[in-house]
Design a binder for this molecule. Sequence first.
Ligand SMILES: Nc1ncnc2c1ncn2[C@@H]1O[C@H](COP(=O)(O)OP(=O)(O)OP(=O)(O)O)[C@@H](O)[C@H]1O
Ligand SMILES: [Mg+2]
Length: 341
Amino acid sequence: MAQISDIGVDLGTSNVLIYMKGKGIMLREPAVVAIERESKKILAVGSDAYRMIGRTPGNVLAVRPLRNGTVSDFELTSTMLRYFVGNVVGRRMFSRPRAVVSVPSGVNEVEKRSIISIMFDAGMRRTQLLDRPVAAALGVGLQINEGYGSMIIDMGAGVTDIAVMSMGEVVVSSCVPIGGDYFDDAIIRYLRRKHNLLIGERTAEEIKINIGCAVPQIGDITMDVTGRNLISGLPKTQSVTTSEIHEALKEPVGELIEAIQAVIERTPPQLASDIFDDGIVFTGGAAALKGLTEAVYGALHIPCGVADDPQTSVVMGCGRALEDLQGMKHLLGDGRKNWNR
Ligand SMILES: Nc1ncnc2c1ncn2[C@@H]1O[C@H](COP(=O)(O)OP(=O)(O)OP(=O)(O)O)[C@@H](O)[C@H]1O
Ligand SMILES: [Mg+2]
């Protein structure tokens, strides 16, 4: 008889990932729900809904319920989470498994409790929440229980979590709304200003991934971008270069560097010196922006590295916590606080 095991969930603002104990990552889906505008009926969830963004007929809305790191629509978030968890655990449930969930930093206490209760309804016996930077650090295998300081920066779509850890605890941290979406918005604004070209967020994301860069590149690569000419109102294709996108991203990248510097300034000197020696580890999809670590190194002179497959670090960390719930007890709070009902 197949017995379902415990699961780890990274509830991100743009992607949801689920890890199953002993099996690995079982689900990786965009955090998108498509609904009918009038009736609010749910038409699709995840990748099916994602395909509708920006190209949906007038009566269909494709929404990201967790946009900007806060829960903009809790009902939809619940439905989405229930759907994804249901997909993984299915009806094969004979024992009630446990879950470790990492939620966006903007989620408040009431919403956290609702997430735990959604997980309960989805069949979980017990759900514990894991801080995102701690999950990211566990996911990349940092020895966070040691006495020296380490810095981890998780850059998602909605927010960036910057944390200094030592002895298994977050010593200094900051959560700023400078993530992948913020970079996309900067590209949208730049092309509107420079070329009177209006593009959608999916196009902006494609530009960022294809030719985006945080430091100047040798030799310009160009990309043809189609949008709407704001003056004529007609579709227009414009050739856009890497140096233009570098220009567009300069300000948000600068803001990110300032946020990192502010955390370093608040870090006790001994731990700060460990970070200058060992460097910063970046996780999260937005950390894959070309030249990002070079830009941070150029400004702060701290060595930087990006995790392998950075989009999976947080869920892998939830997985590691699951594999050793007893040993990781102190990271998961007192546990009891997060017990179901
Ligand atoms: N190669 C790339 N270059 C630049 N950005 C990228 C790349 N690949 C993915 N991204 C960006 O990474 C972001 C998604 O990352 P991730 O899945 O870690 O976010 P999330 O966990 O859903 O969000 P959050 O952690 O803020 O809740 C998107 O903004 C996406 O555009
Ligand atoms: Mg994330």
